[in-house]
Design a protein around this ligand. Structure first.
Ligand code: GAR
Length: 208
């Protein structure tokens, strides 16, 4: 069994999609054993507790820089025996110490079609605002492995979603979540847990 640790910072709808997928038998080769939040009091922690998953708060604000934060994170991940780390709306950039130690074992969901609207500063609603400002007709979500470059690791799955007239960042965010993120993330985690993702340089081959 792959030991899955999910990292969150907010509402946790992607965490919920993973919990639901595990419950309904879509993730057979792994188990979510812990949730780590970079912020206290977020709804994602409530979702974890409701599902009987231990929640840990490792507050970003309590650390002076991302190096110190990531050192504490590495220690906790080690204690939790994490095999796979899933960033489900985790708003802190990981240092190379973390991405190297868990190379091809950290999966992130990004709410746009990478390489559009990604990289430093593109997170949450800002991503959808940028897509609307640019005037694209398609956006979507990307699930990828995490390396030292923000949103720059090998792509696992992508799904496009239409941008419609009258969209606000909130409306587009919801559509991207419903039609892409909540489907792709559990699917990628399931494929990982079954050993069906083969990384070859920048390319991820899916054996299905
Ligand atoms: C999701 O849309 C996720 O893709 C995005 O934040 C939201 C978190 O929602 N992540 C990023 O922007 C990371 N760069 P959730 O807490 O309800 O899952």
């Amino acid at each position: 069994m792959v030991n899955i640790v999910v990292l969150v910072s907010g509402g946790g709808t992607n965490l919920q999609a993973l919990i639901d997928a595990e419950k309904s038998g879509q993730i057979t080769g792994g188990k979510i054993t812990a949730v780590i939040s970079s912020k206290p009091g977020v709804f994602a922690l409530e979702r974890a507790s409701k599902a009987g998953i231990p929640g840990h708060v490792l507050e970003r604000k309590k650390y002076s820089d991302s190096n110190e934060y990531c050192n504490a994170l590495l220690k906790l991940l080690d204690e939790l025996n994490a095999d796979l780390i899933v960033l489900a709306g985790f708003m802190t950039v990981l240092t190379a110490d973390v991405t190297r130690k868990y190379e091809n074992r950290i999966i992130n969901v990004h709410p746009a079609l990478i390489p559009s609207f990604c990289g430093d500063g593109y997170y949450g609603l800002r991503v959808h605002q940028a897509a609307l400002d640019y005037g694209v007709k398609l956006s979507g979500a990307t699930v990828h492995f995490v390396n030292e470059k923000t949103d720059g690791g090998p792509i696992i799955l992508q799904q496009s979603v239409p941008v419609l007239s009258g969209d606000t960042p909130e409306i587009l965010q919801r559509r991207v979540m419903e039609q892409a993120e909540w489907i792709l993330l559990p699917r990628a985690v399931s494929l990982f847990c079954e050993g069906k993702l083969i990384v070859n340089g920048r390319t991820v081959e899916i054996i299905d």
